[in-house]
Design a binder for this molecule. Sequence first.
Ligand code: FAD
Length: 330
Amino acid sequence: MQNKYQKLITSLVKNRILLSEPLAKYTTFKIGGPADLFYKAITTPELVKAIILAKKYSIPFFLLGGGTNLLVADSGFRGLVIKNETSGIRLVGMKGKQMVGYDSQTVKTVFIEADCGVGLNRLVRFTLDQGLAGLEDFLGQPGSVGGAVYMNAHNMRLGKFVGDAVYSAKILKDSGEVAEVAASYFQFGYDKSMLSKTGEIVLSAVFRLTTGDKNRLWEKASETLKYREKTQPKGIYSSGCAFRNISKSEAVRLATPDYTCSTGYLLDKAGLKNYSVGKARFSMEHANIIVHSGGASASDVLELISTAKQRVKKKFGINLTEEIILVGDF
Ligand SMILES: Cc1cc2nc3c(=O)[nH]c(=O)nc-3n(C[C@H](O)[C@H](O)[C@H](O)COP(=O)(O)OP(=O)(O)OC[C@H]3O[C@@H](n4cnc5c(N)ncnc54)[C@H](O)[C@@H]3O)c2cc1C
């Protein structure tokens, strides 16, 4: 492997590749051991090149977006971790009745393309400042555009998904070819897209937005932000929700209050709120979020996950599915 690593190192941008780099500092969970090789890709060609070379030399690789939905193993990752730092946002098209100069009264549909390394929250703020509607329900949501497309990030309270606003995207296919695909290609579902099956990489995504009233859009977005701040633990490390929510039919079978699909409700009823292993625990504020204030290990978190699955299965007959993605050897 060392020989392959050496070949890769000499082919990538000098001084941007790190050896045995601890991954904990690149995730919101602040957990995880080192990556053998760690590379920051700043442009799309750099990103594409790193992936193609890793495949050529048969080096396992992992693409890291914002690192907000991950649990990295204590032993880290044997191979190359690519940190996606692409950052472009571009206007790529407009549709409307009249196209004389730029008149927000007449332009109705605006197409904005974002590189997949762009922070979702940065993109949302940009679109709000331009008076563009379509992403306002995601203000304050962590992670990158690439991660949001991969996961089809959601605002569960409003039943909105990032995939709803995607118009098209550029992807890197397994063959190394770059292709432009329509949104339907992704077969977006709850917490998933086609990408988890194909292993393809999204390089950039075009969002179809509509012109709106900037002040009203900011007001609506701010309500979402306030709700987020009220319901999520603050000043503590986490990777968001540990498990996916349950289905409507399961909620009906269990007769949950108002037929809520919230897994947090089940975890609470199973006595897991504030339940801890080592330095990690289920949050008091939101039972579906595992948190720690420093020093937790991936194995602590894994034990919490396993205990929660057993208790919920025993009490409700439900098999929980992790929302958090495990990276490395567990
Ligand atoms: C405090 C907090 C609150 C959260 N709230 C929400 C919420 O309200 N709704 C919600 O849906 N999620 C939420 N999350 C989870 C998380 O933010 C989202 O799932 C987010 O979309 C993940 O994006 P990321 O860039 O951080 O991806 P990462 O965690 O870096 O990676 C996740 C997966 O996406 C893959 N990936 C990343 N970029 C690409 C790409 N360009 N092409 C292909 N695959 C890629 C990675 O390889 C990995 O498999 C929250 C997390 C935290 C910490």
